[in-house]
Ligand binder design. Structure first.
Ligand SMILES: [Zn+2]
Ligand SMILES: [Zn+2]
Length: 113
């Protein structure tokens, strides 16, 4: 047992579940060292357990879409503005051409311009 403590103190990298096994990787979520038997690999990362893997997946799932939705929100806002501009231009153009300049001006009033 004393030898184990010495080994652990010297290397600092034995498995958290198996003190007699050298650690081959560290969990990217909690930084705990794990042996080849315990290591959980997913998405090119190493984890000490399925719990840590899920926690990281949850963290990333909660973080990334936030970024994407913010960008998507901005894009949909830009698209909405472009669509409104196109509709306004078409309405003003068609209205002005078909009904004359008077109709065009009344449409401008509707839009509050
Ligand atoms: Zn972990
Ligand atoms: Zn282990």
């Amino acid at each position: 047992m004393a030898l184990m403590i010495i080994l652990r103190g010297m290397s600092g990298s034995v498995c958290i579940n198996h003190p007699d096994q050298p650690a081959v990787a560290r969990c990217v979520t909690c930084s705990k060292p794990v042996c080849a038997k315990c290591v959980v690999k997913a998405d090119g990362h190493t984890f000490c357990s399925g719990t840590c893997r899920d926690n990281r997946a949850k963290f990333q799932a909660g973080y990334k879409p936030k970024e994407d939705s913010a960008l998507a929100g901005l894009m949909s806002y830009v698209k909405l503005l472009v669509a409104l501009a196109v509709i306004a231009a078409v309405v003003l153009f068609v209205g002005g051409k078909v009904l004359g300049i008077g109709a065009c001006q009344s449409i401008l009033k509707i839009f509050g311009l």
